[in-house]
Write a protein that binds this ligand. Structure first.
Ligand SMILES: Cc1cc2nc3c(=O)[nH]c(=O)nc-3n(C[C@H](O)[C@H](O)[C@H](O)COP(=O)(O)OP(=O)(O)OC[C@H]3O[C@@H](n4cnc5c(N)ncnc54)[C@H](O)[C@@H]3O)c2cc1C
Length: 385
């Protein structure tokens, strides 16, 4: 076995968390070795639909932390040390100007994730990237032996930033508890076949699930349902068993009777199409067994109530997660065993974690990358001491 490079600090994983950590270590005068089995920051490219929603314009740390179904309390102290303003300052320093969209999501001015990636990689000149897959990390002579396929290295400190889709055994091998990984922020498959409505979308509707009400944009897909509203529900229900029921309200507060009164000679399909897209209006009338060509003045109270009831209580049975969405991992390294001031393991000295490998996940809107920048910063602070 070849004995490779000697260096003080290794980062395992060159995704957003690992690279942010490498940047902050470099700022402190350390040049870590970053093990990345693929290309560095490849996982940044699809973020925000290729635009990279790198943060959220929430500057109050407690309000920011509310957006993490897992990790909220752990993140209070993390965000008090590195919050949204620090993220913006970091990007400004590496030459990425940002803007805040209407919905408070923050993007690079160029709207290109590739520009963010290039700027981050340029800022890491001098950092050694080792394109190898790490297969084991073991305690050795007061430090760590990091083994890839065919090579072994020695480091004094190791930061694990392998994300949420990887070999958790690198952490569990040290005795760390892994909270069972489950997908979150996903589209959902439904028992009902909505393939004939695939692509139909609705803006800012509400949905009730497990006793709570949520708002957002919604989309029918070939397999079921998707869109930010569904991602949020999938995230909050990530630990629950399938199937579960979601009841959508498509009505937007409109009163069907008012529309009928105002348009007595319009056919019912065109009237319902003022509330929801035409193909959904047709489907609703089919479910109600009402002739879509019937004129408004012929719609009696019973028919009106039937239509209103379906539009405002549109029941869907979610049966599993589906492809699509941001797909972050709910679960990972248990937070009780990590010091949130330094990201150091409470079990093994000089071992650190940052990013999605931790049992932290946020909603859509830039929160998951914010977790990477913030925990990456603190791991660098911790490991540089
Ligand atoms: C389609 C999509 C869109 C998204 N959009 C957004 C968005 O707009 N805003 C937002 O906030 N979040 C978004 N997210 C979530 C965000 O991308 C992740 O939370 C983030 O990438 C996690 O960063 P990380 O560095 O912790 O892990 P990762 O990005 O998973 O990086 C880990 C790295 O470690 C490497 N690695 C793993 N194991 C090993 C090993 N054994 N040896 C060597 N290398 C290893 C991997 O190759 C990878 O490069 C999106 C996610 C997806 C899937």
């Amino acid at each position: 076995m070849e004995q490779g490079l000697k260096s003080r600090i290794a980062i395992i994983g060159g995704g957003p968390a690992g690279c942010a950590c490498a940047y902050f270590l470099k700022q402190k005068g350390f040049l870590p070795a970053v093990f990345e089995k693929n290309s560095p920051l490849k996982t940044l490219l699809p973020t925000g639909g290729g635009r990279c929603n790198l943060a959220h314009a929430e500057f109050d740390l407690k309000e920011l932390a509310v957006n993490y179904p897992r990790g909220q309390k752990f993140l209070y102290s993390v965000f008090s040390r590195f919050g949204t303003s620090d993220t913006l300052e970091f990007f400004e320093k590496i030459g990425i100007d940002t803007y805040i969209q209407d919905d408070m999501r923050i993007f690079p001015v160029s709207d290109k994730a590739s520009d963010v990636r290039n700027a981050m990689i340029n800022s890491l000149k001098g950092v050694k990237f080792i394109k190898e897959n790490v297969i084991s990390i073991k305690l050795c002579n007061g430090g760590f032996e990091v083994k890839s396929e065919g090579k072994a290295y020695f480091f004094e400190k190791v930061i694990i930033a392998i994300g949420g889709h990887s070999a958790f055994s690198l952490a569990s091998g040290f005795g760390h508890k892994i909270v069972e990984p489950k997908p979150a922020l996903t589209a959902l498959k439904t028992k009902e076949d909505f393939s004939f409505l695939s692509g139909v979308s609705l803006k800012n509707i509400s949905a009730a699930c497990a006793g709570k009400t949520y708002f957002g944009d919604f989309l029918f897909t070939h397999e079921g349902i998707s869109g930010p509203l569904v991602y949020k529900i999938s995230s909050l229900m990530a630990r629950e068993n399938f199937p579960y029921k979601i009841v959508f309200n498509f009505m937007h507060g409109e009163d069907l009777q008012d529309l009928l009164n105002a348009n007595p000679h319009k056919n019912i399909k065109n009237i319902v199409s003022e509330i929801v897209p035409k193909s959904l209006a047709e489907a609703v009338l089919k479910i109600c067994k009402i002739d879509e060509n019937l004129e408004a003045h012929k719609i009696d109270g019973k028919m009106r109530d039937k239509i209103t009831n379906i539009l405002s209580n549109f029941e869907v049975d979610a049966i599993s997660t589906a492809k699509g969405g941001e797909v972050v991992t709910c679960g990972g390294v248990s937070l009780g065993e990590v010091d949130n001031r330094t990201m150091e393991s409470k079990i093994i000295k000089n071992l650190y974690f940052c990013g999605e490998i931790l049992d932290i996940d946020g909603f859509c809107g830039g929160f998951n990358l914010q977790n990477c920048w913030s925990t990456g910063f603190l791991a660098a602070e911790g490991a540089s001491k």
